[in-house]
Design a protein. Structure first.
Lengths: 387, 525
């Protein structure tokens, strides 16, 4: 079945899968966004416990998606894995630390004798929610703005220069932290941050049966939508107006092209439609929840988030574009063609990808089984596993 | 030569990975085994409908949850450290190694994370049978995730199902099934997961013994002990069988590791297995000091276990470093020489390609094509020693002998001790009132740290014993690291050390308190 596909088609297929995982990850970051709002929306201990428990039943999906996103990226585009992770060391380490402290925070928070006290674990959740989202967004921002790295496979055969025989090297001392000096990257970080908060609020409105929390959530929705729109419009505007990293389809030479990402959208109408529907769905989900007493805004905004992020990642890698550009030397930039796994591995992995619909089906079924009743204060006092 | 290279980044990267792996492995084996124990207990509850089994299940499930979270936390770092700290490795074999990691995520992690939510929060929301199925799926998912990462690890110890592509300068997979079903991967998987079952069983026995020593929750503790005793005994016996399989594969594929495990410097025929022994401190591979200060040996057993022939020749460290022409073993110096030829041939090919010199490319390219006679010879005589080309002197192929030797023997001795422990516990449960036999209760309780010790020792054998290789014979650690300054890695090492230690303390404190609280509703006194 997949054997008949060309290498380029498989590379594109895997870029779509990785992009889809990335976009699902951003949607599932409603958990992170929600974590930054526990004290804003929960004014009593029981309210905070409800909010933590609402998120605590879903945090593993976000976490697992992040891990799978990393694994899929590794399997399909290993040169990105080795170049970005090994080079932008500090950014990825900071992101990792943010997620490590999240993983234990839910389970340990309300347990007696938890060593650090429950407040410490709530701070962990806040750090994960705030820094985690901003850093992930900032790191993804470099897909459009570039980074200072080099890739030279000849290094593998270098036994004489006194350097380690390493293919990929970061050509700057900050090892990824310099990404924060580019406001376009940071703007994307803040977009992800405020979007995660919006999604978190919408999820609370959908899942928590508590009027005070609902009222506060509605107010916070408006407060977070304004900065989200400001940063989103800034990011998208600057992206569409900026030069992009174009790849000559014949010579594979990378060069700067004016309005490259705008061209990508216009030259790939399906992606443009996906992007527009995504943005409209996010706005619809938000506005519906602000102006009506709707509780299902999360599903519109969530779907919209997946569409929008997917479209952004597709214009980063498709239509002869370098998805991980090198500003040190344009010719060292990574494209889906020069950084992918072999045709054999991509084919084998494509068979594994057929499991994805099955995985989504059982997630949907289990999610529905657990979420069929809203969380109430009474439930927090029942003999169940409470975070 | 790589002799002018600053190697501290290699050491710190190894230290950081070891730190993460050791902490990760504090939590994973308990998850692997306890998931099944909990599922078995819940099955009894669903079958019998007796509430006491539900309370037993819930108690162990609580401990499972506490342990699971911290295993997840340390696991994510391991995955990403392949990129952050071993970036060259990630490129050189990412085509093969990345696949199991991705499959692990798609197949196993989602299964775990989806149904663990049902397991913890679904008691009053889904049917009994759906809940039970969820518990089994969590256990299955946890073990499935172990399969894929252990396949990946097994492949690093014995690379199979691949070929080298000079154009991309990396190894590429050509047989998924050879990677998945390599004997190293199968033995590693079976041996490792069963070690988790044994550890979890010892944990349940030990904690239950504590209840009996405190003379509380007697019925709960004894029922838990029965499950853990039976599950543990079966697992421990199977562990010994898979241990034999693992050692046999090591003998075939990693003879230096086997020599290190046994502290065998001088190879010979009909070698005995050291049951207990002490290696001579400060011994060099080529001095005349005795190998052991003392030893109790089972005659011919190493030859028999390693080669299924009581009189087989087992190469020692000296044979593997200096070579042994009688048995056709090349010296490490010769392998280094051949490895350098392989690296330089790749260089020639890449240079020709860059210069667009098609004639030269065709000549050196033939070396990498196994269908040509030149390729057949080059791949067999040179390329298989590619990684040796990065080494400076032959002694670099020797791993840390005392650490490997003692870790191996501690693991084996404790493995047999656990078989005896499970058998004794079951015997005393059925024949006498175990709650009155303090020495066996104390033994069970004090065995908990021993189970962790044995489990960690196993990984030390596997990972220290294969040094200097990240991928056996193909890539040493020095060629696998990321190009970052060692100060950065030192900082993250200490950061992780502080965080992991803090989290471990928190986990232990929470666990101890939960154990003290005991099963909810009392009842099972």
């Amino acid at each position: 079945m997949f054997e008949s596909l060309s290498l380029l088609t498989l590379q594109q297929y895997w870029w779509i899968i990785v992009s889809l995982l990335g976009s699902l990850l951003v949607f599932l970051m409603f958990v992170q966004g929600g974590q930054t709002l526990i004290y804003t929306l929960g004014k009593t201990e029981i309210q905070r416990t409800m909010l933590v428990n609402v998120l605590g039943r879903k945090w593993e999906f976000t976490f697992t998606t992040l891990v799978t996103f990393g694994g899929a990226f590794f399997a399909s585009f290993p040169l990105f894995y080795s170049t970005s992770f090994g080079g932008a060391y500090w950014v990825w380490m900071a992101i990792l630390l943010c997620f490590v402290i999240q993983a234990i925070a839910y389970e340990f928070r309300s347990k007696p004798n938890n060593f650090l006290g429950h407040k410490a674990y709530e701070i962990f959740l806040f750090i994960n929610g705030a820094l985690g989202t901003i850093l992930v967004g900032t790191a993804v921002g470099t897909f459009f703005t570039g980074s200072m790295f080099s890739v030279n496979k000849m290094n593998l055969t270098d036994l004489t220069s006194g350097k380690l025989p390493v293919i990929s090297a970061w050509e700057g001392p900050a090892h990824g932290l310099e990404a924060v000096l580019n406001f376009q990257n940071v703007a994307l970080g803040l977009v992800v941050f405020f979007l995660a908060r919006i999604l978190g609020i919408l999820y609370f409105m959908n899942t928590v049966e508590q009027s005070e929390i609902f009222t506060r959530a509605k107010k916070q929705l408006l407060i977070n939508t304004v900065p989200f729109l400001v940063f989103f419009l800034y990011f998208v505007g600057s992206l569409l107006l900026s030069d992009g990293f174009a790849v000559d389809p014949t010579t594979k030479v990378v060069s700067m092209e004016a309005f490259k990402y705008l061209h990508n959208l216009l030259e790939m109408p399906v992606v443009l439609i996906l992007f527009l529907i995504g943005v409209i769905l996010v706005l619809f989900g938000v506005l519906k929840s602000i102006f009506k007493t709707a509780t299902n805004g999360i599903w519109f905004a969530g779907t919209g988030t997946v569409f929008t992020v997917l479209a952004l990642l597709l214009i980063a890698g498709f239509n002869n574009t370098a998805y991980y550009p090198s500003t040190f030397d344009l010719q060292h930039s990574l494209t889906i063609e020069n950084s992918s796994s072999s045709i054999f591995t991509l084919t084998a992995m494509s068979y594994v990808s057929l499991l994805v619909p099955f995985v989504l089906a059982y997630i949907f079924y289990a999610w529905k089984s657990i979420n069929n009743k809203k969380i109430t204060e009474d439930e927090m006092n029942e003999d169940i596993h409470v975070y | 030569m790589l002799e002018n290279v600053d190697l501290s980044v290699v050491d710190w990267s190894r230290a950081q990975f070891a730190l993460t792996a050791i902490y990760h492995w504090f939590f994973v084996p308990l998850t692997l085994g306890l998931a099944f124990i909990v599922a078995i207990m819940e099955s009894i509850y669903v079958k019998t409908g007796r509430e006491e089994w539900k309370r037993i299940t819930k108690f162990w499930m609580t401990l499972f949850g506490i342990n699971f979270a911290i295993g997840v936390a340390t696991g994510i770092i391991l995955e990403f450290e392949f990129g952050t700290n071993w970036s060259n490795y990630s490129w050189f074999v990412g085509d093969i190694f990345g696949a199991p990691l991705a499959i692990e995520g798609i197949m196993a992690f989602f299964l775990e994370s989806t149904f663990i939510a049902v397991m913890f929060f679904g008691w009053n929301k889904v049917s009994k049978k759906f809940h039970l199925a969820s518990s089994w799926l969590v256990a299955f998912g946890a073990n499935l995730s172990a399969l894929w990462i252990l396949v990946a690890n097994g492949w690093m110890q014995y690379p199979a199902g691949m070929h080298f592509n000079p154009d991309t300068a990396r190894n590429e997979m050509n047989s998924f099934w050879e990677v998945l079903f390599s004997p190293m991967a199968i033995h590693k998987f079976l041996h490792t997961i069963t070690s988790g079952y044994v550890l979890a069983s010892v944990f349940v026995l030990g904690v239950s013994a504590w209840f009996l020593l405190k003379k509380r929750n007697i019925i709960f503790a004894k029922k838990s002990m029965v499950i853990a005793g039976v599950f543990g005994l079966l697992s421990a016996v199977f562990l010994a069988v898979t241990g034999d399989g693992s050692a046999y594969t090591v003998a075939q594929k990693q003879p230096m590791k086997l020599a290190a495990m046994e502290g065998l410097y001088q190879g010979k025929e009909g070698v005995g297995l050291i049951a207990i022994g002490m290696t001579t401190p400060g011994k060099k591979y080529n001095d005349n000091k005795d190998e052991y200060v003392f030893k109790i040996e089972i005659p011919k057993m190493l030859s028999l276990l390693g080669y299924r022939d009581a009189n087989a020749f087992v190469p020692g460290i000296k044979d593997l470093v200096d070579g042994n022409s009688q048995y056709g073993i090349l010296s490490a110096n010769e392998k280094i020489k051949r490895g350098k030829i392989a690296i330089n041939t790749l260089r020639e090919y890449k240079e020709a390609k860059m210069a667009n010199d098609t004639a030269k490319m065709a000549v050196s390219g033939r070396n990498f094509d196994k269908k040509t006679p030149e390729g057949k010879a080059f791949l067999e005589n040179n390329f298989r020693y590619f990684g040796y080309g990065y080494l400076n002197n032959p002694e670099q192929v020797i791993p840390n002998i005392p650490l490997t030797f003692y870790s191996f023997h501690i693991m084996v001795i404790l493995g047999f001790f656990f078989i005896a422990l499970f058998a004794m516990v079951l015997f005393f449960i059925y024949k006498r009132n175990i709650e009155n036999i303090k020495w066996i209760l104390w033994t069970a309780l004090l065995s908990i740290p021993l189970a962790y010790l044995a489990s960690q020792a196993g990984w030390i054998v596997a990972e220290i014993g294969r040094q200097p290789w990240v991928i056996q014979d193909i890539m040493p650690t020095v060629a696998a690291v990321s190009r970052i300054d060692s100060a950065s890695v030192q900082i993250t090492f200490w950061l992780f050390a502080v965080i992991f230690t803090t989290l471990l303390i928190a986990e232990i404190k929470i666990m101890l308190r939960q154990i003290k609280i005991g099963p909810k509703d009392g009842g099972l006194n």
